[in-house]
Design a protein around this ligand. Sequence first.
Ligand SMILES: *Cc1c(COP(=O)(O)O)cnc(C)c1O
Length: 420
Amino acid sequence: MPEPSWFDEGYPHIWLPYCQMKVAPPPLPVARTEGCRIVLADGRELVDGIASWWSACHGYNHPHIREAVGRQLATMPHVMFGGLVHEPALRLARRLTEMAPYGLNRVFFADSGSVAVEVAMKIALQYANTRSSGKSKFLCFRNGYHGDTFGAMSVSDPEESIHSAFRGLVPRQIVVDIPTDSRAMEDLDRFVGTAADILAGIIIEPLVQGAGGMRFHSPDSLHGLFRIAKKHGILFIADEIATGFWRTGHRFACDSAQVRPDILCLGKALTGGTITMGATLATEEVFSAFLSDEWEAALMHGPTYMANPLACAAANASLDLFDRESSTERVQRIEARLRDGLEPCRSMPGVVDVRVLGAIGVVQLDPETNIFALRPKLVDRGVWIRPFKDIVYLMPPLVIDAHDLDTLTEAVRTVLGSRD
Ligand SMILES: *Cc1c(COP(=O)(O)O)cnc(C)c1O
């Protein structure tokens, strides 16, 4: 079937994300989305296994979100947030602070996850330097990923990451392994003690490091790191852009370890996968450090489309849907089914690990695997799954039913089991 004319006319002018355009096969033209399905221009329907980079938590085109955004579109698609405020934003701010770990009482809206991380880093640097100067570094973790902008790149894994072309070109941070036992935790505690005078913050993706390779760590490790931050008076920044809103089975991954970060970054599923939006939440303690008679002490950040009313309306509607149904039970059901469906992969040749947490299922392969060769085979089996690095992973919409979930895991088993 020939590609649609818009494809042939526009493709020579587009620059695609994370793509070596010299050799990559052309992308698939999409006509529309519905529920847990992506419908291609040629009419094929794919069961969606990654919820558009983990954002479409309620599935696509949810009528409640669509209606809320439509209503907002008719009233006020956008208005600047400098000197003006509106109901969708203030309502959303109140609701997010009620949901978030206790004490995160102030919300700064950003226009994407990466910008939410940049804002978190700016807050931490400015906060730390009002107390003592020279706190210019962040402690961050191997296999971490915090976004594609400059600050966010600097706290992502410098060696293994997709940003290796920028090695040495972004600010150097202090990168360590996430401690997995008490001995390693004590060593890190001692190290942080010696570096506390230069550290403005510790930044981590709680429980699951996503784009760095879907690696899990325990609530104990998370709690240990939180305690180290508290002990040495360093701000603890939780980047829950991927893990927030029940993806790991908890409302926020921090809830699993009774961790109350000083700063929390949200994004991705915040608008139910409808419109780009990020949010940076801070404690009243952090916020109040910016209160002063000096203008220069203010937080100097303000994206043009900050707190976009359409995005706020989508996010409020997404929170309504979370209020309606128990996502905890829903995610527990997905977790059990992902385990059953993916576990048989463990004995297949070239499989290094199978792991499942909440609505995240991962099959890790031998690093020598030609991961890109798997992508078209999965599409041929009627699923949209996008393996990267050394992993095939599933992060479906949280509303996916058992039948579609089985279609996803069966496709993974078949494609991994039939490799030569
Ligand atoms: C996706 C992601 C980001 C970046 O969000 P964007 O909206 O793509 O800028 C940051 N941190 C984590 C943990 C993410 O998964």
